[in-house]
Design a protein around this ligand. Structure first.
Ligand code: CLR
Length: 264
């Protein structure tokens, strides 16, 4: 229209540039990782939250508690293995992961898949009453009593509670789990440098997204979580060993082959 102000093209461009987030190459990687997470996270977070009212009844808890220690270990191993398979799929969809040698892919998954499951657990955890989504309903630590490793269960639940307190977004869970998985410090890596390069790309992508949402302080909190993850996984291996020591012939028949391969 005639009374429209003449447009100062260069000035306008400058103003637009100031308000548009600059596109970095790391944004591409962030998008890839968030998509990979979304496609492999087993349950959507809204779905899980909508199910929080479904809590095991007193009778159902007692039924779990009266199961044999073998049956309960077997059930838990199956659930864990199932979610580890989703983590394997997550890894495969991260740009660059399949370009690593097969040895290094296996080393990273062996060392990191349970850590990723334990981070993902915070999505399935209700911090208001300390319950986790297990076999269709929410239950507390008492559900797992017959496993005979209350200290491990208590530590896992505490970890989830503290991770929930950080209120991670789905994007943050996606990037944090990728950082955990691509750990260049795992023993037995053939090409540590290649893993370190991939890891630092994801790390930069993570730092950029945190900065944009003014959540930079999250980094130091999460590096503390990385240490806790490591000790939880060691505790899991230790409790599994004690369980199997008393039942040496059971190992092969009781556990899914992948669980066996990863942890025994
Ligand atoms: C983690 C997030 C996944 C779905 C999932 C599946 C199995 C769950 C796991 C979550 C959380 C931890 C869990 C596990 C089954 C058994 C295990 C509840 C929710 C408890 C802590 C018992 C561990 C026993 C070991 C000693 C074998 O998307």
């Amino acid at each position: 229209s005639p009374d429209q102000q003449p447009v100062n093209a260069p000035g306008l461009t400058c103003r637009l540039l100031c308000v548009l987030p600059s596109l970095l190459s790391s944004d591409c990687l962030t998008a890839n990782i968030v998509k990979s997470h979304r496609e492999t996270c087993q349950y959507r977070v809204e779905e899980l939250q909508a199910l929080r009212w479904k809590v095991f009844s007193r009778e159902e808890v007692l039924a779990y508690q009266s199961k044999s220690v073998e049956e309960m270990w077997q059930r838990c191993a199956y659930r864990l293995t199932d979610s580890i398979q989703y983590v394997v799929e997550f890894a495969k969809r991260i740009d660059g992961f399949l370009e690593l040698s097969q040895n290094d892919q296996i080393v990273l998954l062996k060392g990191g898949s349970l850590e990723v499951v334990l981070v993902r657990m915070c999505r399935s955890f209700n911090p208001d009453n300390g319950t986790v989504f297990f076999e269709g309903k929410y239950g507390g630590t008492e559900v797992f009593k017959s496993l005979g490793c209350n200290d491990l269960i208590a530590s896992i639940f505490e970890f989830s509670q503290s991770l929930c307190a950080l209120h991670l977004s789905e994007q943050e869970v996606a990037l944090f789990t990728a950082v955990v998985l691509l750990n260049p410090e795992r023993a037995w890596l053939q090409d540590k440098e290649k893993v370190a390069r991939l890891h630092s790309h994801v790390d930069v992508a993570f730092k950029n997204t945190l900065q944009r949402s003014h959540r930079d302080t999250m980094l130091s909190k999460l590096s503390q979580k990385t240490l806790q993850l490591k000790s939880l996984c060691l505790l899991h291996i230790d409790r599994l060993r004690s369980f199997l020591e008393l039942r040496p012939l059971l190992a092969h028949s009781l556990f899914p082959p992948l669980y066996h391969e990863l942890f025994t």
